[in-house]
Design a protein around this ligand. Structure first.
Ligand code: FAD
Length: 167
């Protein structure tokens, strides 16, 4: 879904927040829903926050939407890479339960709601490593498309995440 509120958009103009800042359900800027650039623009507006920010190392901050996303995709694709080729029913059910809970708990709520919708549309496929790896690759591509990023060739997911690139 569209974010509930975004600083400076046509639908919801905002004096208070710079363009691109996504508000959480509590009405405050949602760090894990907002790009690092937009979030920095907002923090720069607040003098005291800026001072606190300058006192800390730049790479020692809570995750923004990009850092959170990159780390999370690394975890999810690595789970696919170590998932059994022939999983038991229990392993298949565990993976499906994990993915469903993950989609509810993901800290970027706008991302989470879209991902829940995707899971409803495209049932999680977990009958084998190959099946889950491809399902996840397609799910990641759906997000890539939404963000205007290039899609990934899913025939190469195992090279990227399990075996390493062929020479
Ligand atoms: P990432 O997309 O994080 O990818 C990391 C690496 O994975 C890439 O460098 C590439 O080597 C590899 N890769 C890329 N595509 C695939 C693929 N299809 N299969 C296998 N490997 C691949 N951000 C938002 O702004 N809005 C959202 O709604 C949103 N929803 C998200 C939902 C989920 C479930 C997750 C985990 C993240 C979401 N993100 C969202 C974050 C977003 O997907 C990116 O992680 C973030 O923008 C950083 O992108 P990146 O270019 O560094 O590469």
């Amino acid at each position: 879904p569209a974010p509930a509120a975004v600083g400076g958009t046509a639908t919801e103009p905002s004096q208070k927040y710079p363009k691109g800042v996504v508000l959480g359900k509590d009405g405050k800027p949602c760090r894990s829903c907002t790009s690092g650039a937009a979030f920095s623009a907002w923090t720069s507006q607040a003098k005291s926050t800026l001072r606190a920010q300058q006192a800390k190392p730049a790479n020692d901050c809570p995750a923004d939407v990009e850092t959170l996303g990159r780390s999370t995709w690394t975890l999810l694709h690595s789970i696919a890479a170590t998932y059994p080729k022939a999983p038991t029913w229990t392993e298949q059910n565990d993976l499906k339960s994990f993915m469903k809970l993950f989609s509810k708990l993901y800290p970027c709520w706008v991302c989470a709601e879209d991902f829940q919708q995707y899971i409803k549309k495209r049932d999680i496929r977990a009958a084998s490593r190959d099946e889950f790896g491809n399902w996840l690759c397609e799910a990641h591509n759906e997000v890539n498309r939404k963000l205007g990023k290039p899609t990934f060739d899913c025939s190469k997911w195992e090279e990227r995440w399990r075996t390493g690139w062929k020479d």
